[in-house]
Every structure is written in C-alpha cells, then in structure tokens.
Design a protein around this ligand. Structure first.
Ligand SMILES: Nc1ncnc2c1ncn2[C@@H]1O[C@H](COP(=O)(O)OP(=O)(O)OP(=O)(O)O)[C@@H](O)[C@H]1O
Length: 704
C-alpha cells in the first residue's frame, strides 16, 4: 500500500519539501490499476500550521443560500481571474507563433508524417490487394496506436473521430473509442509545482496530504488524491500536463495546413475541413481551461442532481485555476468493474438504467449533456449512486433537434421509414434540396434485415452501426451533438451487456420516448403523435396501447397528461380534420361496443331459448359477417384494455376525455355520425361516452 504524502513531509515538491526522496519514475507503478491501488488514501498526518489556509468555497448550487452563494460566486470569480490567461484557440495567433519556427514545425511534421504516412501507405496497398475491408479491424487498431504515440492532440482527435459514424467505418469507431486510457504520466514534481504556481500558495497550505503519484492519468492531465488542510475533506486534484498548450497549438497549426490542402485538392471531401478542424480545436482548447470545466460541472449538477441517484462532485473554487481543478473526491467503483460493483451489493443494471434515464434527460430535455461518458468517467458509489466525472467536454442539443430525435426514435420503432428519412431534414443531417427517396429503401433494407423482432429488441450498437452505414453512403452531415448522443447510449449499453447479454438500451429508453410523445405539448411532437395514431383515416389503437404500456413504465409518467396535447388541439381552431377523424372513430368504437354486447348477450342465451326467441335462426339477430364481428370484438377488447391502462393509473381523471364528448355533441358532428355504418350515430357514441365519464367505476361495467 502506498503512503499518502503528508504536507510538510519530504515528498512535497515545494522548495521546503524537496529534501527527501520523491518517488522516482522508476519506482512509480506503471499501470493505471497499480497506480490506483498504490494511491489509496492511508492516514494523513496532522497538517502543519499552514502558511495561509483559505477557507474553501465549494457549494452545491442547489444548497447555496444567501451569504454562501455570494461567497461561492466570489470564489468562482477569483478562479476565473486566475484563469484569465488561459489560451483560446486562435488560428491567426498560431500562424504567427509557428510561422517563424520552421525547425520545430519541420520536426513535428516529420513525426506526424512518419506515423500517418506509413498508415496511409498500408491503406493504399490494402486497396490495391483487394483486402481493404478484410483488414479494417487490424488497421483500426494500428491507427489507435499511432494516435497514442503522437500524443494528446491525436488522442483527442481519435476520441472525436470515434463519435463520427458519418466519417469512420464501424471498426474504426470501436477502436478509437478505446483511446481514453492512453497516455503516460508526467513527473509529480512538475505537477506539484504547477499547483503552487497556479494557486499562488505553498502546497502544504492547501493540502494536509496528497498522493505521491497520480491515481489516474488521462489525455490532458493527471489526477491526485489529497486532503484539504482547511477541512480535512478528501479531494481530487486534476493537474494539466505541462507544455500541453504548446504541443496542441503546434499540432493544430499543422493539421489546419493539411485541412487547407484537402479543401483545395481533394474533391471527394465536400465538407469544409478547415472549419471542422477549427471547431474541434476550439473544443479542445476549452477543455484546457479547468475553470470552464468546473463551471460545466456546476451547471450539470444544478440541472440533473435533483435526483438522489446521481452524484456530481462539488468544485473547490479557491483551489481551482485554468490548469488545476480541485473537486470533491468521489469514492466509487468504475462502472465497468462489474465484479467490484456486485461485491458491494449493487446491481450494475440499476446503475446503467439510472445512467440511461439521466442521459435521456440530458440529451432531450435540457439539451445540455456530458459528451464523454466513457466507463472511466462513471462511478458507482457505495450508496448506489451514479457519479459523473470529467466535465471537460459538454455538448448541447439544439431545441428543435431534441424534438426531432424523439420523433425519429418513435418512427424507427414503428418502422415508418418515409417519416424517418424526412426527419433528417429536421435533424439538420441533410439539406432540404437532397432527395430522401433513395434513403428510404436503404433504411428499409437495414431494418427489415436486422429485425426479425421489434426495433426495441434490437441491440443499440447494431442499430448505430446500421444507421452509420446508411449515413456513410449518402451525403449526410451528422452534427457533432448527435454523434455524441449515440456514443453516450452505446457506452451505457456496452456496460449493461456485461451484466445482461440480453439488455437492450432502446427497450430501456423507449418508455421515456413514449411518455414524451404522449404528454409533450411541443407542436412537433404533437403532430408526430397524431401522425402515428391516425393513418389512412383510421385510429391505430394498437399504437396507442403500445405507447401507453411503454410510457407508463417511465417513472415520471402521468396518465392525466397523456394525450392532453392532442385533446387540446381537438378543440382548437386547427382541430377540424382531427375532429372528423375522432367522430368517425367514436362511432366505430361505439358500434364495436354495442354489437360486442349484443353478441355476448346472445352467446349467453341457451340454445333452446335462442331457438324460441329468434325463430330457430342460430345465426342470431345480426346481419354482420363473422369476420366483421371478430374485428369488432378485437377493437372492443383493445379499447377496454386501453381504458383499463388509463384507469389503473392513480392520478387518472376520466374528465380529461371531455373534449371528445364536446366534439361529439357539436351539431356539425351529427351529419357525419349519421352517415356511418351500422345505424350507430355520433349521438349514441356521445351518450356512451357520457355514461363512461359519469360512472367511473370499473372498466367493463362502465362501458358495457
Ligand atoms: N472527483 C473525483 N473523484 C475520484 N476520482 C476522480 C475524480 N475526478 C477524476 N477522477 C479519476 O481521474 C480519472 C481522470 O479524470 P478525468 O476524466 O477528469 O481526466 P481528463 O484528463 O479529463 O480525462 P479524458 O482523457 O477523459 O479527457 C477519472 O477517470 C477518475 O478515475
């Protein structure tokens, strides 16, 4: 077990602490796991009298009141002031900076060219030898290794590419997603002096102890475990790699040059590559500002940590700067260490489900989401909470897209390929001048092939790969947020599959989609629901039943909210078309209920009595064919089931169906009703519904 370095002990690296032996790089454990084990916190010695101990300002945004909030904001402002010189991506500044350093530029160019050039050559040879597809897996692994060797910019680039099914084939997506744990550590002495420099305080005045080596190293920084001198609280301290801005700056300068070349000479790539590179570089630079990351964590916590099963670490602003981030230590086990989780008596699937519910809210409600939820960033705490770490990369889903995504999933589950293809306009994947008709058969091919089952039984990864293949073939431009959404859910599904090979992320998320569709008043969703429920002038009861069954599984579902958007529209000025459909359907259902009751009654009469009453006509009193009766009975049973579903929900108030009654009672409804089959009119339908609304006892007694 390692010893935790006590402040003031010889292991600290400030000048007063530099006397004793510090762990050498040779004695430092090489693997991440070994480092973690070694870095387990042991006893911290009592802190020496600190030079200046700052009262830490850290608050849960939800808990802050009055003075605390002011104090917290002031501390945050101080952290921002410390980060005022954090670099911002500026291609112009980079051009000035490196334009005059040809040797440095040349050396790095050679490094990159050697790595990527030999890779490119292998691809060409594979193509020439006809083994391009066959070798994709091997080449993808090679590319991952090359990116790791080339350093942080390329690790980030690889991580970014791993979320782009429109750019990379599936084999590459998978390999590049492995790039999180890639980089070696840097010397602890450098990390400790960086903390002192950045915070302007001796280390021992901040921490009573700090682990002598990092407990984790990632692409941009490494993380230590420490105890605050002020309060003894355990914290995680993330320190940025030294010189990383310089390294990243030079790389982006070169990559951008390559982008210009591609824009000018490579015709098959139609996107503006330089613009893509600039956007990506801007994001990476943002990740380099740890104050920004702290602010992201705070915003995330405020939006999502109202749920007791989610944990987001608090930020200690007084010990945070552009290159140092001090946050609450989260005790927990990584979500991919499933045995350890189970040993704590927790269920991986419960945590994954929490993750899925939280991700759906992130992506589709507030639109502000954690864009890097790899297993290392998700921990299970001993109390069974799901903790999110690493808020460097956040993304936002535009409001319109959030609704379009919900619609898209519902269209997919219902295999409405035409609607799916049209969704790509709303999602901004395709410009409106692209004809979507060729995409419809491609979608149909994939889904009809992939599915002998329902879409919700489909493995999400297969689905993403399948959609990815379609995106790859057509002129799609998948926005980054969408690619990241797919990635988030794929990661969660991957984790769940360890615990249950049959886990289906879509099945687990569909209740959320169904609930949103049934209850959200947004016009896009309301129209999607109407489109789904009414087809060719008929109401699709099975779709409604399915949505209700699924939606009611969502923990926030309220039966009273279900269908409200549609019912509201019904009485509005734009509801005329819908009113006609509703009247027709009400008559159809009434007919099914009435005839169903007659058939039931008839069937319950003994044959002898039947012969007497109906003059020996065993076919009974009806002039309806058997198949018609069967379909009416099926409709009646389905309507009863749906009614039962609604009624079984605690908060359901039958009065919510009042708008339908109002429509049926309108004078204009009469002529429509009278034209309909079976002599059943809208008046009878209205009366039946009235009875149902007035007598809310059990389903069967109230209707029949
Ligand atoms: N608050 C914390 N409590 C406990 N461990 C933490 C905490 N923050 C970070 N860690 C550990 O440090 C690791 C790296 O942290 P983090 O992911 O924030 O670094 P990063 O440089 O942003 O990594 P990436 O390459 O994913 O961008 C995490 O996977 C986790 O093991």
């Amino acid at each position: 077990m390692m010893s935790f370095v006590a402040a003031g002990s010889q292991c600290f690296c400030s000048s007063s602490l530099a006397l004793g032996p510090r762990p050498t790089s040779a004695s430092r454990p090489k693997t991440r796991r070994a480092r973690e084990a070694r870095a387990a916190l042991v006893e911290a010695r009592p802190p020496p009298a600190p030079a200046r101990v700052i009262r830490p300002a850290v608050r849960d945004a939800n808990l802050i009141v009055g003075g605390d909030r002011t104090e917290d904001l002031q501390a945050e402002a101080r952290a921002m002031a410390r980060a005022v010189n954090a670099s911002v991506y500026s291609p112009e500044v980079l051009a000035v900076q490196y334009g005059s350093r040809p040797i440095k530029v040349l050396r790095r160019t050679l490094e990159i060219l050697t790595g990527l050039g030999s890779f490119g050559l292998k691809l060409l040879l594979d193509k020439r030898n006809g083994v391009f597809d066959q070798k994709k897996g091997i080449r993808a692994a090679e590319l991952r290794r090359i990116f790791t060797r080339l350093g942080p910019t390329f690790v980030k680039l690889g991580q970014g590419l791993s979320t782009r099914p429109d750019i990379c084939p599936p084999e590459y997506l998978e390999e590049l997603a492995e790039l999180q744990d890639a980089l070696p550590t840097f010397p602890d002495a450098e990390a400790f002096s960086c903390i002192e420099r950045e915070l302007g305080l001796p280390l021992d005045s901040i921490f009573s102890s700090i682990s002598p080596s990092p407990i984790a190293a990632a692409s941009l920084g490494q993380v230590y475990k420490a105890q605050l001198a002020y309060s003894g609280q355990t914290v995680a301290v993330k320190v940025q790699r030294p010189g990383i801005e310089e390294a990243i700056g030079l790389d982006f300068y070169l990559i951008r040059g390559l982008g210009f070349f591609i824009n000018k000479y490579v015709d098959i790539i139609t996107s503006d590559v330089v613009a893509l590179i600039d956007e990506f570089a801007r994001r990476v630079y943002q990740e380099l500002n740890y104050v920004q990351e702290g602010q992201n964590a705070r915003r995330f916590k405020k939006l999502y940590a109202d749920r007791e099963d989610i944990l987001v670490p608090d930020i200690f602003w007084d010990y945070t700067s552009g290159k140092v981030l001090t946050m609450e230590w989260v005790d927990g086990v990584k979500l991919n260490e499933q045995d350890a989780i189970e040993r704590q008596g927790l269920k991986v699937l419960d945590l994954v489900n929490t993750g899925i519910q939280c991700s759906l809210r992130q992506l589709l409600e507030y639109g502000y989401f954690h864009a890097d939820p790899h297993p290392g960033n998700l921990l299970a705490t001993p109390e069974g909470k799901l903790a999110f770490l690493d808020f460097g990369m956040m993304s936002e889903t535009p409001e319109e897209a959030r609704f379009a995504i919900i619609g898209h999933v519902v269209h997919m589950v219902n295999r409405d390929y035409e609607a799916m293809a049209r969704d790509y306009y709303a999602l901004d994947f395709l410009s409106r001048d692209v004809d979507v008709s060729p995409i419809v058969p491609a979608l149909r091919n994939f889904f009809d092939d992939a599915l002998n089952y329902t879409v919700s039984e489909l493995n999400f990864k297969t689905l993403v790969n399948g959609l990815g293949a379609v995106f790859y073939q057509y002129p799609f431009n998948v926005p980054a947020y969408y690619a990241l959404i797919l990635r988030s859910l794929t990661v969660l599904e991957g984790l769940a599959l360890y615990a249950d090979p049959n886990f289906k992320v879509l099945a687990a998320s569909y209740p959320y989609f169904a609930k949103r569709l049934l209850t959200d008043p947004n016009p896009y969703l309301r129209d999607a629901l109407i489109e789904l429920l009414f087809k060719d002038g008929r109401f699709r009861w099975n779709r409604l039943e399915n949505l209700l069954v699924q939606g009611s599984k969502d923990r926030d579902f309220s039966a009273n909210d279900a269908l409200q958007p549609v019912l509201k529209l019904l009485l509005g000025p734009d509801g005329e078309q819908l009113q006609i459909l509703v009247i027709k359907e009400a008559v159809r259902v009434t007919e099914a209920v009435v005839i169903g009751t007659v058939v039931d009654t008839y069937n319950s009469i003994p044959n002898v009595v039947r012969a007497l009453i109906f003059n020996a006509n065993v076919a009974g009193p009806l002039t309806v064919s058997d198949s018609e009766i069967d379909s009416m009975m099926a409709l009646r049973d389905q309507v009863f089931r749906i009614w039962g579903l609604l009624r079984s929900s605690q908060d359901f108030d039958p009065a919510l169906l009042q708008p339908i009654l109002q429509v049926l009672q309108q004078p204009e409804a009469r002529s429509l009703g009278e034209r309909v089959i079976g002599g059943i009119t809208q008046r009878l339908a209205a009366r039946l519904l009235q009875q149902v609304l007035r007598a809310p006892t059990t389903v069967s007694t109230s209707i029949s």
